[in-house]
Design a protein around this ligand. Structure first.
Ligand code: PLP
Length: 389
C-alpha cells in the first residue's frame, strides 16, 4: 500500500523523489517517528521538537533553496543503493535486512544505512533515524513500481546541512552549538531526500564490455586519512567534484574509469568503486595433479582513506563461505598487473572486469567474473566485511 503522502507517480522511465522534512499543519505530510543524530549521543530529538514526515514529489519540480549548503559547499553525505523486484519468498531468508520495500528488496540496505550514519557522524551532520530513511525509500519504490513494474531501481539517499543560516536564525544557533560541541542533542535541520530512478543501461554495458582504466595519483600519502580526518577521506560526502574530474580526465585519454594510487604507491580505489583482484594460488598437489586450486581475493588496505565498499563486503562474505582466501592489501601497481583478474565493483555497476590498465591488456578470467556475479547475487549482508565493522 502506498503511504498516505504518495500523491505523485512518475512517468515510465522517470524518477520520483521523497523528501524527509518537518511536518507542517495541513501540509499533507505523513507523520514521522522521532529523529536520531548522525553524530553525538542518543537517538531522540531532545528538547528540540523535530517531527519529520515524508512527502513524495516530482523531482523535476524545484525544491532545494539556492542557499542549501549541500549545493554551495558540497556539505552533506549520500548513499546509492539498488533495489530489485522481490522474486520469491526465500528473499527474506537471504539477508538480515528488512526484505520488503513496495515489492522490492533493497540490496545491503542495512550496510548502506550504517555507512550513511557513519559518514554523517564524520561531518557532525545530524540526520533522520534509519527507520525514516527506510520509510522514504519504501514510499519512493512504491510510486516507482506503479509505472515501472518489474524494473530494477537506483535508490539514492542524500542529506545536506541545509540552508546557510541567516543572522539570528534557529539554524545559526544550531550551528553555533555544533561548533561549541555542547552535549545537547541536535535535531535534524538539514535537507533530506531519497531519489528513486531507473538503472542506466551504461552500467550493464560496462559489465559486459569491461573497463579500460587509467592509474591516477590521488596526491595524498596513504596515512593522511588518519593524520588529517578533516579531509573526510573514506566518507561518502557530497564533495565528489574531484572524483568526477578524474573520470573526465580518464575519458579525455580514451579510458572508461580510474584507479587512484597514493603518493607512496598504494592502490586505493576508483572514483566511484572499490578495487578487487584475484590470484589463483597453486596448491600442493594442485590442479595438474587433480588437487584443489586456492583462489585469493584481495582488496586494498582500508585505513588508506578509501571508502569501505558494501559491494566488496557482500562479495567477501560469500567468497569466505565458499572457502576463498581473503586479503586486505596492501596493494601496489605491480599487484594489479600480476593478478589473474582485476575488477571495479560498486552497488550500481555490480562487478566490472578491468580489461586494460594504462593501455596494457590485463588477463581476463570469465570463470572468476561469473563467480563474483554469483557471490553478489547471494546478496549477503557484509557482516564483518561491511563498511562500518
Ligand atoms: N569507493 C567510492 C569512492 C565510491 O564512491 C563507491 C560507491 O559509489 C564505492 C567505493 C563502492 O561502494 P559500494 O560498493 O558500497 O557501492
Amino acid at each position: 500500500m502506498i503511504e498516505a503522502s504518495a500523491s505523485f507517480v512518475p512517468d515510465p522511465g522517470q524518477s520520483v523523489v521523497v523528501f524527509i522534512e518537518a511536518q507542517h499543519d495541513g501540509g499533507g505530510l505523513a507523520s514521522g517517528p522521532g529523529v536520531a543524530m548522525g553524530a553525538g549521543p542518543g537517538g531522540g530529538s531532545g528538547g528540540r521538537d523535530a517531527h519529520l514526515g515524508i512527502r513524495v514529489a516530482d523531482p523535476r519540480t524545484p525544491a532545494i533553496l539556492v542557499t542549501d549548503q549541500g549545493l554551495t559547499r558540497g556539505d552533506g553525505v549520500f548513499e546509492t543503493m539498488t533495489a530489485v523486484p522481490r522474486s520469491d519468498s526465500s528473499d527474506a531468508s537471504r539477508t538480515s535486512a528488512p526484505a520488503q520495500a513496495g515489492g522490492y528488496r533493497i540490496r545491503k540496505e542495512e550496510s548502506h544505512l550504517e555507512r550513511l550514519a557513519s559518514s554523517a557522524a564524520a561531518l557532525e551532520l545530524p540526520i533522520p533515524a534509519a527507520e525514516l530513511w527506510r520509510r522514504a525509500a519504501r514510499a519512493g519504490l512504491e510510486a516507482f513500481a506503479e509505472t515501472n513494474p518489474g524494473a530494477d531501481a537506483v535508490v539514492k539517499l542524500v542529506a545536506t546541512r541545509g540552508p546557510e543560516p541567516t543572522p539570528g536564525s534557529t539554524t545559526e544557533r544550531t550551528s553555533e552549538r555544533t561548533s561549541e560541541r555542547t552535549s545537547e542533542p541536535m535535531s535534524p535541520s538539514g535537507t533530506y531526500w531519497v531519489l528513486v530512478s531507473p538503472v542506466s543501461p551504461a552500467f550493464a554495458a560496462a559489465r559486459e564490455r569491461g573497463l579500460k582504466v587509467l592509474l591516477l595519483d590521488r596526491g595524498f600519502d596513504s596515512s593522511v586519512a588518519e593524520r588529517a580526518p578533516w579531509l573526510l577521506l573514506g566518507t561518502k560526502s557530497l564533495s565528489y567534484a574531484v572524483n568526477m574530474a578524474a573520470l573526465r580526465h580518464a575519458a579525455s585519454q580514451g579510458a572508461d574509469d580510474v584507479i587512484f594510487f597514493s603518493s607512496d604507491g598504494q592502490i586505493l580505489e576508483g572514483p566511484t568503486s572499490t578495487v578487487l583482484l584475484a590470484r589463483r594460488v597453486p596448491q600442493r598437489g594442485g590442479p595438474e595433479q587433480g588437487g584443489p586450486q586456492a583462489i585469493e581475493l584481495v582488496t586494498p588496505l582500508r585505513n588508506t582513506g578509501i571508502l569501505p565498499g558494501t559491494t566488496q563486503g557482500t562479495i567477501f562474505a560469500a567468497a569466505e563461505r565458499a572457502g576463498w582466501d581473503l586479503g586486505y592489501g596492501p596493494l601496489e601497481t605491480s599487484d594489479l598487473f600480476d593478478a589473474d583478474a582485476v575488477w571495479l565493483v560498486s552497488s550500481v555497476r555490480g562487478v566490472a572486469p578491468v580489461t586494460h590498465l594504462d593501455g596494457e591488456a590485463l588477463p581476463q578470467d570469465a570463470e572468476l567474473t561469473e563467480q563474483l556475479h554469483r557471490f553478489l547475487a547471494e546478496d549477503l549482508e557484509p557482516g564483518e566485511h561491511g563498511p562500518t565493522s
